[in-house]
Write a protein that binds this ligand. Sequence first.
Ligand SMILES: Nc1nc2c(c(=O)[nH]1)N[C@@H](CN(C=O)c1ccc(C(=O)N[C@@H](CCC(=O)O)C(=O)O)cc1)CN2
Length: 285
Amino acid sequence: MTAAIISGKLVSEEIRVDIAREVEALAERGVKPGLAVVLVGEDPGSQVYVNSKEKTCISLGFHSVVHRLPASTSQEELLSLVDELNRADEIDGILVQLPLPKHINEKAVIDAISVEKDVDGFHPVNVGNLVIGDDSLLPCTPAGVIELIKRTGIDLSGKHAVVIGRSNIVGKPVSLLLQRENATVTMCHSRTSNMAELCKLADVLVVAIGRANLIDASYVKPGAVVIDVGMNRLDNGKLAGDVDYDSAKEVAGHITPVPGGVGPMTITMLMVNTLTAAKRRHGLE
Ligand SMILES: Nc1nc2c(c(=O)[nH]1)N[C@@H](CN(C=O)c1ccc(C(=O)N[C@@H](CCC(=O)O)C(=O)O)cc1)CN2
């Protein structure tokens, strides 16, 4: 049996309809959610993602500001812009596109963003709140992963989830969010010796390891939900996930494609966070 495809594109469209409706309701109360995106340098991938964020903001009726700065921008100049955006009344969310040029300390920049406007969910206070289970702005890709699993209708409670990858922006937060849903979570990484054996036990397998097509059917328990967070650009220019889709889909129950799976959810959850931040700032949540 071939797996059901979990389309991040379709789920994104559904969520965006709800967001647009909420934006209309907020407009009646004189509130327009505002997102500021800061891009430093000319990385082609980042330019595409930032353009897409700007377009999505506009299509949803958000106030959108994009600061495109040269690669030569100093850390002080960037911190001064963040400070300005922290104080700007029309801005509810701030996102500094990563990666930043090497001469800028990413942590210093993330730490400078106001916790309430940190729509990336990367600020240490938001990360800490995620760890202790308090309300916080959640990192967009991990939040998108959970949303995609929930929309399969499968209850995560009591399920065994295996997460491959322990990065701060995907693996660790995904594992915390899965635990929040009462899943039993196993973390695998590059030093895990019996990875295939552990993956084979997973009801839900989330792969964020950054190696194209590494996970094939031999890692997948029959009927499992397979979520591929990988985005690897191949020499032929094509995008490949970390999961060998054609092989894994023959064994999995549900699977996300790349492109069109987790990727589109990253921007959608950013819009959800911006809406949440706007409602909170205006006491409307
Ligand atoms: N400050 C941040 N920087 C970065 C983040 C982030 O969440 N915050 N994530 C990534 C890039 N990213 C958003 O910024 C992002 C990546 C991919 C997609 C997406 O829709 N991908 C498509 C394929 C697009 C393509 O062909 O290249 C898909 O998977 O279908 C959206 C957003 C790093 N930086």
